[in-house]
Design a protein around this ligand. Sequence first.
Ligand code: PMP
Length: 285
Amino acid sequence: MRTVYLNGEYLPEHEAKVSIFDRGFLMADGVYEVTTVLDGKLIDFDGHAVRLARSLSELDMGNPISKDDLLEVHRELARVNEIDQGMIYLQITRGAPNDRDFAFPPKDTPQTIVLFTQNKPGLAENPVAKKGIKVISIEDQRWARRDIKTVQLLYPSLGKMMAKAAGCDDAWMVEDGAVTEGTSNNAYIVKGNTIVTRNLGNEILHGITRAAVLRFAREAQMNVEERAFTIAEAQAADEAFITSASTFVMPVVEIDGAAVGTGSVGPIATRLREIYIDESRKAAV
Ligand code: PMP
């Protein structure tokens, strides 16, 4: 049984209870982060802590925990749950006033903070990375502030189910004819020595893995273009891939039934995956 963290306490998972009035439950009024663990250490902890602070501030929510304490809780949960490879999920909500109201509760309402671990042995050696994934395209019907990492994940969840129903692994979302991102990852295409991915803005989540992978790509003398691209351009690309904390760099070999490049995993995605995993391991805390 897992030990989880709730509002300052480490508890057995079945004893951690949150109020029915919690605004995370009633209104999706909460934000989250997922930090990967490799070799028992945290990947890109700083990046996740900085993005968390930004998400909270954009929603005019307080930050109930210092960065040092947050690091300590992550490490303690990984230790007590003996996580060698896996993820740590963190969620902070605006708390639980004793009723439902659209207006925010008073500022001194205690926020809810929850962390739990997800054990994923073999995450870094995932065999799927050798064969790649298939995606479909769907319309992006999420709200307009996708740069804030809120817990309102219903549309991404529906998108994932649409992909599964079509015999695929994930969906790339399209708005005004251009790809925004995957349901829970950033999307990329490769043409020659150039990597193309959507530019930052309110339309996509500013992936922590995205920032690291683009830095490694530039260091490896690849060209990086941060701009919008279409599904047709992606289908005509040499390679495609996604990035996220838990999938690292994952090749995409088919989009809406059309093979990308040779239809098998390409050299650039493979190389970026290796570099990302190696460098992240070295820098893990
Ligand atoms: N976009 C969306 C919509 C996501 O949900 C995620 C993962 N939470 C990402 C991109 C990737 O972000 P990161 O690299 O920080 O995991």
